[in-house]
Design a protein around this ligand. Structure first.
Ligand code: ADP
Ligand code: NI
Length: 215
């Protein structure tokens, strides 16, 4: 099968799976990550085919979407094999997907440039104006508050605390968003992250100003 056709079929598969997702993993997140990843692949001289497929599939096995991550991974493997992707490339793509999540990968660094790029593209989509929007949508879907001034800001939280409603959308900035620009793997992503990070700092300043009744 031609590369173009493989990408198209993968795209259709992922779109169908994520079309109705409201947890921040919706189809347009995948499109943005794919586009950013391709841009980074060009700048960093990486394998575009691997980067595009891994970006398209990166959230399909996420534990927020499937009950069993292993099963999700197996489905990806079957799909790519069915689409005649050579096994060496299938393994590379699977390895990227398994290792890239912020929590799931236990922060193991990705060791191929293609993996680094897809992780950077995913993290870039958690920053800036889009990242802020996703955070509030996610918090809303979980029934969390925008902000609670009686809860002290926390940089990390246990699952138990989440369940007890201790997390707010604003707290997520300190838990994750403000840390991400320092975690970019590639130079090109670092540059893109800088402006988005700055924007979030300004957003928070304004947020507190309004919260405290100032203009
Ligand atoms: P991804 O791997 O695509 O970044 P995540 O599952 O980590 O996806 O998160 C999806 C979106 O929801 C991201 O924008 C993330 O910052 C946001 N998010 C994750 N956890 C929380 C939370 N506890 N409160 C608010 N937003 C969150
Ligand atoms: Ni993602």
């Amino acid at each position: 099968m031609e590369a173009k056709e493989i990408i198209l079929q993968t795209e259709n598969y992922v779109r169908e799976l994520l079309e109705n997702d409201h947890s921040g993993h919706d189809w347009w997140h995948i499109v943005r990550v794919r586009n950013t990843a391709i841009e980074l692949a060009v700048k960093e001289d990486a394998n575009q085919f691997i980067v595009e497929l891994a970006a398209l599939l990166h959230d399909v096995a996420d534990d927020k979407l499937v009950k069993d991550e292993e099963k999700g991974i197996k489905q990806i493997e079957n799909l790519l094999t069915y689409l005649t992707v050579p096994s060496k490339e299938v393994n590379h793509i699977i390895e990227i997907i398994k290792n890239m999540s912020f929590k799931g990968g236990n922060n193991t660094p990705l060791h191929t440039i293609e993996g680094k790029i897809v992780q950077d593209a995913d993290r870039l989509d958690a920053l800036g104006a889009i990242g802020i929007a996703r955070t509030f949508v996610y918090a809303g879907s979980r029934g969390s508050l925008i902000y609670d001034p009686t809860i002290e800001v926390r940089e990390s939280m246990t699952k138990e605390e989440y369940r007890n409603g201790k997390s707010t959308a604003i707290n997520h900035f300190y838990e994750k968003l403000l840390k991400l620009s320092q975690l970019m793997n590639t130079e090109s992503a670092k540059q893109m992250a800088e402006g988005r990070h700055q924007f979030m700092e300004e957003y928070l300043d304004q947020f507190y100003r309004e919260w405290n009744g100032k203009k």
